[in-house]
Design a protein around this ligand. Structure first.
Ligand code: UT7
Length: 332
């Protein structure tokens, strides 16, 4: 291992998450949709997901996760001077969900914006926040990955609606204090095939109309098989490059928190990277794929289960619509 741990790094002062209370298991879903518990479990590893009520929006989930992260960091909302929310299901196209939670947190004037990098969004936000904190112009960032994916699910499309869930995860980052150190980043994208995973209508290309509603264009559409293959390839490459660029080998990695999309994707990634499956933390059985929220929810759960030992190395790795990908190295 050749990592210089004395080098100034961004520190994750606290992590927190929040999921809606409503649990929908596969059996309940199979009463609404032409599917079965057996199919969903064997093809994805998912057993249940959380679904927000009509009254709960993405900003509600984000706000609760942010409060939990602040509490775990031992900090107050007033300590924050930058808010970034990663989401593909903002409360509305604008203003940003970051502005909405800023108001609820009672921290007027601090910089706020959303980013849209789909399931890689939380890791992209860590990368961006690291740059902004390292510039010296910001001191303490609140990063949130939050999704109400049930709001863009086509409940008549069994190939997608069984896969996703709602939730939020948040982290508080600063250049000083105690907590896991963020020591390396690798974010990228390939925009050559945007329709592999997309929401066709509701934007400037196809604004909302009676026709777009009839065509169910406001729902998520996905080519699952192609996404599966790309996911393993791009996450594998991002992880390998990041590990090598930091003078490490795959053997140096103690824990992997992958994007929680499908247990079979995680198994294939483990084989490709030759990192044993036991080192991968998964909770997708409980929450399904929560897109930008999946890694912070998993990281929060793993942190609360005390699975990380001081000095161990962790790898976060994600892929998503775009295609986007991102990998982040962490020293616990
Ligand atoms: O964050 C990124 C988000 N996206 C992903 O991570 C998705 C990546 N892709 C996948 O996870 C997998 O491709 C899926 C789980 C989506 C699908 O698994 P698969 O093994 O690739 O199945 P398939 O699409 O090849 O479908 C196999 C069969 C088909 O029937 P036929 O044509 O073989 O008769 C489907 O119609 O399974 C059928 N099927 C279902 N059956 C019961 C598809 N969805 C369902 C369902 N219940 N929910």
């Amino acid at each position: 291992m050749t990592i210089d741990l004395q080098k100034p790094a961004t520190i994750m002062r606290g992590i927190g998450s929040y999921v809606p209370s409503q649990v929908v298991d596969n059996v309940a879903l199979s009463k609404k949709v032409d599917t079965s518990d057996e199919w969903i479990r064997s093809r994805t590893g998912i057993k249940q997901r959380r679904i927000a009520t009509e009254k709960e929006s993405t900003s509600d989930l984000a706000f609760n996760a942010a409060q939990n992260a602040l509490k775990n960091a031992g900090l107050k909302a007033n300590d924050i001077d930058l808010v970034i929310v990663a989401t593909i299901t903002p409360d509305m196209a604008f203003p940003s969900t970051a502005c909405l939670i800023q108001h609820r947190l009672g921290i007027p004037k601090v910089a706020c914006f959303d980013i849209e990098a789909a399931c890689s969004g939380f890791l992209y936000a860590l990368d961006i926040a690291d740059g902004m904190l390292s510039s010296g112009r910001f001191n303490c960032a609140l990063i949130v990955g939050a999704e109400k994916l049930s709001s863009i699910m086509d409940w008549e499309d069994r190939t997608t609606c069984v896969l996703f869930g709602d939730g939020a995860g948040a982290a508080v980052l600063a250049k000083t204090g105690k907590g896991p150190k963020l020591i390396g980043f690798k974010s990228g994208a390939d925009g050559s095939n945007p329709t592999l995973l997309h929401q066709p209508a509701g934007g400037s290309l196809e604004p909302a109309s009676l026709k777009s509603l009839e065509n169910r264009g406001h729902f998520l559409k996905m080519n699952g098989r192609e996404i599966f293959k790309s996911a393993v390839r791009v996450m594998g490459a991002a992880a390998r490059d990041l590990i090598a660029e930091n003078g490490l080998t795959e053997k140096d990695i103690d824990h992997v928190i992958p994007h929680q999309a499908n247990a079979r994707i995680v198994e294939s990634l483990s084989q490709r990277l030759e990192i044993p499956l036991e080192k991968f933390f998964c909770n997708l059985d409980k929450y399904g794929n929560t897109s930008a929220a999946s890694i912070p929810i998993a990281f929060d759960e793993a942190t609360r289960a005390s699975i990380f030992k001081k000095g161990q190395l962790g790898l976060f790795v994600a892929f998503g619509a775009g295609l986007t990908w991102s990998a982040v190295l962490v020293c616990f």
